[in-house]
Design a protein around this ligand. Structure first.
Ligand SMILES: C[S@@+](CC[C@H](N)C(=O)[O-])C[C@H]1O[C@@H](n2cnc3c(N)ncnc32)[C@H](O)[C@@H]1O
Length: 252
């Protein structure tokens, strides 16, 4: 059996009782280690679960799962841990589908996700449009998809959640400041005025933790603000209801 278990956003204590019981009865416990990070060490998880954790990088999950995770799940109990919710990233939906194709019994345990934690800003989840992400720019890879998604969402008055690239194995995490720089760069190239220095944005860091930061301010202000440790995300508010505006105002 393969149990895909969301372990929440912050630390070892965010696991659900259902998730913990499944882990305790598992023969193998994998932790997906490439799409997000927790605010605690792996040792804290191992101590609470009383299990050895096998780190699963992108290559293991996307290229070698048939020989490892899925092979084990055919005959043993395997827990596959995901930071945040179990199925909010495409790569995790993919492993669920592959397990199903192989006739492996699947168990899904949900948890909090960044996709819903952003409600802490006071913005209504129903008024978010398509979520987008900004990858680290490479020499020949500078996609502008995030900018286009923001533009489309804004034209409908919708908020945009922008997820920021991270590469935990290289200790590289995109900051809110870098994300604003990238978006402003695209805009200047296109000679448009979607995110000017005065556009109000919301930057978030470490939502779900005690030292989380939510900061509401102009692009200029947020570009200079130090959000501290990762992970960070950026929100481009669309048309705000006065109740949203009032709540968000406390984060100025
Ligand atoms: C691919 S998403 C991970 C989704 C995760 N499975 C979930 O359900 O939350 C990773 C990105 O979400 C954002 N993110 C994740 N957790 C966050 C947090 N606690 N605070 C702020 N941003 C976060 C960051 O931009 C990070 O690079």
């Amino acid at each position: 059996m393969l149990s895909i278990i969301g372990i929440g956003l912050n630390d070892e204590k965010d696991i659900t009782l259902k998730g913990l019981e499944l882990i305790k009865s598992s023969d193998f416990v994998y932790l997906e280690s490439y799409t997000s990070i927790l605010q605690c060490n792996i040792s804290a998880l191992e101590k609470l679960y009383n299990k050895k954790i096998i780190l699963a990088d992108r290559n293991l999950v996307e290229q070698k799962a048939e020989e490892t995770i899925l092979k084990n799940a055919k005959t043993k109990n395997v827990s596959f841990l995901v930071i945040g919710d179990s199925l909010s990233a495409t790569t995790h939906v993919d492993i669920m589908k592959r397990a199903k194709d192989l006739g492996i019994k699947i168990n899904i345990v949900h948890n909090a996700s960044i996709l819903t934690a952003v409600a802490e800003t006071g913005l209504q989840l129903y008024k978010f449009g398509k979520t987008t992400s900004i990858p680290f720019p490479e020499k020949n890879f500078r996609p502008e998809t995030a900018y286009d998604v923001i533009k489309d969402n804004l034209s409908l008055g919708l908020h945009t959640l922008v997820l920021l690239d991270l590469r935990p194995s290289e200790n590289r995490f995109m900051t809110v400041n870098q994300a604003i720089d990238i978006l402003v760069g695209i805009q200047e190239k296109r000679k448009e005025k979607i995110i000017t220095e005065k556009t109000k944005l919301i930057g978030c860091a470490r939502l779900g933790s005690e030292d989380k930061i939510i900061k509401y301010g102009t692009a200029k202000e947020l570009k200079e603000f130090d959000f501290g440790k990762p992970p960070h995300c950026l929100i481009i508010p669309g048309k705000m209801h006065f109740a949203e505006e009032e709540f968000v105002g406390q984060f100025k």
